[in-house]
Design a protein around this ligand. Structure first.
Ligand code: SAM
Length: 259
């Protein structure tokens, strides 16, 4: 582990790691990510701040039905039920490794109110697992950029939400990872070996994003601008309330309401 003393030192270490891992770029793989996900983001101060900020955007009240998509290893759901235990929560995810970790976290929870669905968000039937007009809140963190058709996803979110209910999303508008790491290190965090792996996987993601996605190619990621996301949300039946820079300037967090 490396204890950091200055931002310059952070930049120099990060540059060294990026130089090393550029040699070994592989295709992004959420299964590969699942194995190290909590060991890396669990320690990442900027990621914890992101989750806290997203949850601060809405009132969480007892009895609410909340959807989190895609849920990954369910870190957001853990934080959410720490704020309010009496919720019905639906998490959606399709990577087996992520699902296993997410489900393990709630195996002793006991109320049966946490549902971690194995479902592909690119297929319309995920909506039926919740039902039309059922949810009081929809949250999506670091997911929209991975989906080939954000408008279809937003339409699904609009369907499951009650009229007037909030939708909070935070998603990158850039592939640049360095500010997240530098802010983490500047805040007193350390660069652990598993974070090197995370940096490597994120370089794969950057490579895929740069490669783009064509109509006959399901691979790749699309980093849409905030303006495009707002337009698509409006087309899907949302009124956008606020948007702000988040996650060391890498993400935009958008709060919208189902109209
Ligand atoms: C960067 S992770 C974010 C996870 C979580 N929201 C968080 O903030 O920790 C993106 C997640 O989207 C999931 N994902 C990607 N495409 C998906 C799809 N078509 N259906 C369901 N989940 C998907 C991946 O498996 C991964 O767990």
């Amino acid at each position: 582990m490396v204890a950091l003393r200055s931002t310059e030192e952070a930049f120099s270490i990060l540059e060294g790691i990026l130089g090393e891992v550029r040699q070994t770029r592989r295709a992004p793989d959420w299964e590969r990510y699942a194995k190290i996900y909590d060991l890396s983001v669990g320690e990442l101060i900027t990621y914890q701040a992101l989750i806290t900020n997203v949850l601060s955007k809405v009132d969480i009240r007892p009895g609410m039905v909340v959807v989190d998509a895609a849920t990954g290893t369910a870190n957001l759901i853990q934080e959410l039920i720490g704020i309010e235990h009496d919720l019905v929560v639906h998490g959606f995810e399709n990577a087996p490794g992520m699902l296993e970790i997410a489900r393990d976290k709630f195996s002793g929870f006991g109320t049966g109110n946490i549902h971690i669905h194995d479902a592909d968000l690119t297929q319309p039937d995920w909506v039926e697992r919740v039902g039309d007009g059922i949810a009081d809140l929809f949250i999506s963190v670091n997911t929209v950029y991975t989906l080939p058709d954000p408008l279809a996803f937003f339409r699904g979110a609009r369907r499951v939400l009650k009229h007037g209910a909030p939708f909070v999303m935070s998603d990158p508008t850039t592939t640049v990872l360095a500010p997240i790491m530098v802010q983490h290190l500047a805040a007193g965090g350390e660069f652990t070996p598993v974070m090197r792996e995370m940096v490597e996987i994120n370089l794969d993601i950057k490579a895929w994003a740069e490669r783009g996605r064509s109509d006959d190619d399901e691979e790749g990621f699309d980093f849409h601008s905030t303006g495009v996301k707002i337009t698509l949300l409006e087309q899907a039946g949302f009124g956008v309330d606020t948007f702000e820079s988040d996650y060391a300037g890498v993400n935009t967090t958008i709060v919208a309401y189902a109209v």
